[in-house]
Design a protein around this ligand. Structure first.
Ligand code: SF4
Length: 224
């Protein structure tokens, strides 16, 4: 890991708003709102170990740390869940007989209304796949499980690998450029801020320091 190693969860912050990513990474700012707390609670539940089990078909593990240290990626993160499914061919696991197919499962609370999945979620899971493929020398499958519909959606990395790989590399390059330049980006035109937990830090409500306001607020002054 070096100065430019990127945490996979930061990719979504950057995609949501580069200024949010910069506030977190350059200023070390952090603020939570109800959306963030809800998402954190769900992930704590997923990572508390209760989702880890084994049966005759598969070995399931939650909260596995993954990384890919190839220069073009240099990323790390924690997966919600990985299933190692018994198969006739595939990955060999230490301490286990036979072969396994690797499946990444990402948990999300709500399914999108119009699409099968959000592109920002797919990029996050693709980054996990890049890590898993290096660690277990495999071509992993990836799914998003939506809690509200209780459905799994398979992500199209087998047919659209090149597209997602190009998107991920482009994003990582932009993020590293921003970190190197240490320059706070301005708010993007059309940026939606209503759900952003960083809004109070990003646009403080307090009035700017003003000598005139201070003088005018002093009792007995007749300055106009
Ligand atoms: S308040 Fe808006 S501009 Fe500021 S970090 Fe959040 S999303 Fe970005």
């Amino acid at each position: 890991m070096n100065d430019h190693t990127i945490n996979i969860r930061c990719i979504q912050h950057y995609m949501y708003c580069p200024r949010r990513f910069a506030l977190l990474e350059l200023n070390d700012d952090w603020s939570e709102n109800a959306f963030v707390v809800k998402a954190n609670l769900q992930h704590q539940h997923v990572h508390d170990g209760s989702h880890s089990y084994s049966d005759s078909q598969k070995i399931v593990r939650s909260g596995i740390s993954v990384y890919n240290d190839a220069e073009e990626y240099d990323i790390f993160g924690i997966t919600d869940c990985i299933e190692f499914v018994r198969s006739n061919s595939g990955t060999v696991l230490n301490g286990h007989d036979g072969y396994f197919q690797v499946r990444i499962i990402e948990y999300k609370p709500k399914a999108p209304k119009s699409d099968d999945f959000n592109e920002t979620d797919a990029i996050q899971v693709f980054a996990q796949k890049i890590c898993a493929d290096q660690i277990w020398k495999c071509d992993s499958e990836a799914y998003i499980y939506y809690s509200d519909t209780r459905k799994r959606v398979k992500l199209p990395f087998d047919t659209e690998y090149k597209k997602y790989d190009a998107m991920l590399r482009q994003l990582l390059s932009e993020m590293r450029k921003l970190l190197e330049e240490k320059k706070m980006p301005v708010r993007k035109k059309g940026q939606k801020c209503s759900g952003c937990s960083m809004a109070d830090i990003c646009f403080p409500k307090e009035k700017k320091y003003s000598v005139r306001d201070i003088v005018m607020s002093q009792k007995g002054t007749d300055i106009q």
